[in-house]
Design a protein. Structure first.
Length: 246
């Protein structure tokens, strides 16, 4: 999934997301676990909305994403803000950064785009290879409950200034995955043009994710109901994981 056209509309479609609140939650976890503020690498950083908020909190930040178009928008936003944030175009399951970092984060179900626990484990191993000993890995994943009961076979409509988006889901029970098809109708030069992107997201049981973390060289510190400071429950839609490299 390259997000070639999705990148053009991504910030509009995610304008309701509280990135500042998410950054404060990550900051709170880090402060409770670290004596000093580590540098942060954001995986599947997209247009760097979360990374910009973390940078504003005083962190040294960099980003990794497979989509060149997403990173183009990220670099434009970084330049406008006058920040110093390097970004790297790479697959999050296999990359090597110039130096090891003290923390990694991945938000808004970026890891759900990986096609199977084998790919998830490969990402975990890659993070372990690029993180300092004792570093923190904080990420979220959509839950099987969200895929089966919330996304399911449902459809959604988004109507924004100059943009109309139809979102259709097809749920597959055998691997708890959802095929998401997005039809964009974008106003350009007075007319509307249609673009389509389709991708599949996978959800994994919490215990399987924890086992993969442990096998990759991490110790699980805690799991939370999204960015709340409470444990996940049976209807949690997104689990936030915190782990430390050992």
């Amino acid at each position: 999934m390259s997000y070639d056209r999705f990148a053009d509309f991504y910030d509009k479609l995610t304008s309701n997301i509280n990135y500042a609140g998410y950054a404060r939650r990550i900051d709170g976890i880090i402060r409770s676990r670290c004596l000093k503020r580590p540098d942060i690498v954001e995986l599947a950083c997209g247009t760097m909305s979360l990374g910009l908020e973390l940078y504003s909190l005083g962190y040294s930040v960099s980003g990794v994403d497979i989509s060149k178009n997403m990173l183009k928008y990220a670099e434009e936003k970084i330049a406008v803000r006058g920040f110093s944030i390097p970004v790297y175009n790479s697959d999050i399951t296999d990359f090597t950064l110039p130096r090891k970092s003290g923390a990694f984060v991945c938000s808004l179900d970026g890891l759900n785009h990986l096609d199977g626990m084998g790919s998830v484990a490969a990402c975990f191993r890659t993070v372990r290879r690029n993180i300092q000993n004792g570093g923190l890995f904080i990420f979220d994943m959509n839950t099987p409950y969200k895929h089966s009961r919330v996304l399911g076979d449902n459809s959604f409509i988004y109507e924004l200034p100059g943009l109309y988006c139809g979102w259709q889901n097809e749920y597959r029970d055998e691997d708890c995955s959802v095929k998401i098809t997005l039809d964009f109708f974008s106003r350009e030069n007075g007319d509307y043009r249609r673009f389509r992107e389709s991708f599949r997201e996978y959800a994994y049981p919490e215990n399987d994710v924890k086992k993969a973390l442990i096998a990759s060289g991490f110790r699980v510190l805690g799991t939370y109901d999204g960015i709340k400071n409470s444990p996940p429950g049976p209807r949690t839609e997104r689990i936030l994981y915190a782990a430390r490299s050992i």
